[in-house]
Ligand binder design. Structure first.
Ligand SMILES: [Mn+2]
Length: 520
């Protein structure tokens, strides 16, 4: 899946925020309207007031009922199949602590980030990276050994690492399932934290530490996103109130830099996510034919991911036929796939929290037209040129001597033409690749020179809306000392191999079985 460029994402968040404030106005409207009408009618006699009162009471009861249902309803914990040993997470926390001169305080998600009934809780990625804790409402406190500053030398005699969890709530657990609690037997072994305390004790710890350390570290909201995500903004606000005398420093970049270099366990999880995604793409190649709907192809791929043990999709599946192939993050999946369409499939699984990201572009009827083939082979050539240069030291930056993007762009811009005879470079409208990990567009500086044990995508594309022709090819790579290991190498990319895999399905179709997928 191509990453938004930062300019575009600024515009988007502004759009979302504008939409939000509009939406909340609309939400408030019925209530305000009711009040106004009641006021206007207040002179019309008692029965009208009574009827208004009864109506208001009914509305109030309805709201209470919804609120009760909400408390009981959503947020199952997302089951992550495996996790790394406790020692790995402890090592990460130690490494982070060695880079700071004050306490690190981080909050996990609350489980109330979304109200959809299909929402399944998934931990904030940085929090998960340091704790492997995937339940709602937790917080993390890390205290460095380093000397206390200045005259105020009251020493911290508490633990250096504390995981704060919500206290046990048996009634709630009957609805949402069992959650870890601070007084559970064996909680230290289970979480890997010697000290696990009830969340309400966090505030006292923060207040005490604020008298010792002038600097605190947390994840500050992105300025460019108008104050950032609500979670970061709320949390930073809480911290500023609990410890007004300290300076809050941003620890996002430090954690992001660590997250870019994958542990052996993370690489194994990513490889499993990639393997399941490769199998799903192979099935999609076998089933693809005109007459199917985009959602049917996506459903098959999601099914394969699930059957192979993946707990979730890495991102909303993109299956875009015809004109939809030119929309980078198309996720409506509503179109019937027609004879002659090109179909972009950008679909990846998540295993144990880790995201694969793979794209293939297929001819709906199993045979590329000459023009589809021409564009496809230019994208493939660009991908191969970038892969050939993939090694430590290269970057995803769009400029400079080590730019992989430049290699792909130059290839695209020097091969083929659009209908007006212009070069195709401007039709390559996104970055060449990105890190994958806990997030499909993973944390850290996207332009940092590549190093061994980073895992990245390479995904050139050409999108020509006026020809209903979009082509993207995306594969996943582990950067090694000398070059790379292609994790998705079992999934064919060449025109010949793809047409060969697709051929049997098209034979079925010619026997009149339009639409229905093959059974095998
Ligand atoms: Mn991608």
């Amino acid at each position: 899946m191509p990453a938004f460029d930062s300019q575009l994402s600024t515009v988007n968040y502004e759009g979302i925020l504008a939409f939000d404030s509009q939406l909340s106005t609309v939400n408030c409207a019925p209530h305000a309207h009711l009040g106004n009408r009641g006021d206007r009618m207040s002179g019309l006699g008692g029965w009208v007031r009574l009827r208004t009162f009864a109506f208001r009471l009914a509305v109030a009861l309805f709201i209470v009922a919804i609120a009760l249902f909400k408390v009981a309803g959503p947020a199952r914990a997302q089951q992550r199949r495996e996790r790394e040993p406790n020692s790995v997470y402890a090592e990460r926390r130690g490494k982070l602590l060695s880079q700071v001169d004050g306490p690190v305080v981080l909050a996990g998600y609350t489980g109330r980030e979304e109200e959809s009934q299909t929402y399944i809780f998934a931990q904030e990625d940085n929090f998960y990276y340091l704790t492997a804790h995937n339940e709602e409402g937790a917080a993390l406190l890390l205290v460095p050994e380093r000397a206390n500053h200045g005259a105020n030398a009251k020493a911290w005699d508490g633990p250096r690492e504390i995981l704060f969890l919500p206290p046990a709530d048996r009634r709630r657990q009957q609805w949402i399932g069992v959650r870890m609690a601070p007084d559970d037997p064996g909680i230290a072994d289970k979480t890997g934290f010697a000290a696990v305390k009830p969340l309400p004790e966090l505030r006292a710890a923060v207040e005490k530490l604020a008298d010792i350390f002038p600097n605190f570290y947390t994840i500050l909201p992105y300025q460019k996103e108008l104050g950032g995500y609500p979670h970061e903004k709320e949390w930073t606000g809480w911290l500023a109130q609990a410890a007004p005398q300290v300076k809050l420093n941003d620890v996002r970049a430090a954690i992001g830099a660590m997250r870019q270099k994958k542990s052996p366990g993370e690489i194994a999880f990513l490889a499993k996510a990639v393997d399941a995604s490769v199998d799903a793409h192979l099935e999609a190649m076998k089933m693809m034919r005109p007459g199917l709907y985009e959602y049917q192809v996506a459903a098959k791929m999601v099914y394969i991911h699930s059957m192979e043990g993946c707990e979730a999709e890495a991102y909303a599946p993109i299956v875009g036929a015809g004109f939809n192939s030119t929309s980078l993050h198309y996720d409506q999946l509503s179109k019937k796939i027609e004879d002659g369409d090109i179909v972009v499939l950008d679909v990846g699984a998540q295993f144990s929290g880790y995201a694969a990201d793979i794209t293939r572009t297929l001819p709906a009827n199993g045979k590329f037209t000459p023009r589809q083939r021409e564009i496809y082979e230019i994208v493939l050539g660009a991908q191969n040129a970038a892969i050939a240069a993939l090694k430590p030291g290269m970057t995803f930056a769009r400029k400079g001597p080590n730019s992989l993007w430049q290699i792909a762009y130059d290839y695209i811009n020097s091969h083929g033409k659009d209908k007006e005879g212009r070069s195709l470079g401007p039709y390559f409208i996104h970055g060449l690749g990105h890190h994958i990990g806990l997030d499909v567009h993973d944390a850290g500086d996207p332009s940092r020179p590549l190093e061994p044990s980073m895992v990245v995508t390479i995904e050139p594309g050409i999108y020509i809306p006026e020809e209903n022709l979009g082509v993207r090819i995306e594969d996943d790579f582990l950067v090694t000392e000398t070059g790379y290991k292609m994790l998705s190498d079992k999934l064919p990319r060449s025109v010949e191999e793809i047409e060969k895999i697709m051929a049997p399905s098209q034979k079925e179709r010619s026997k009149g079985k339009e639409g229905a997928p093959r059974d095998d």
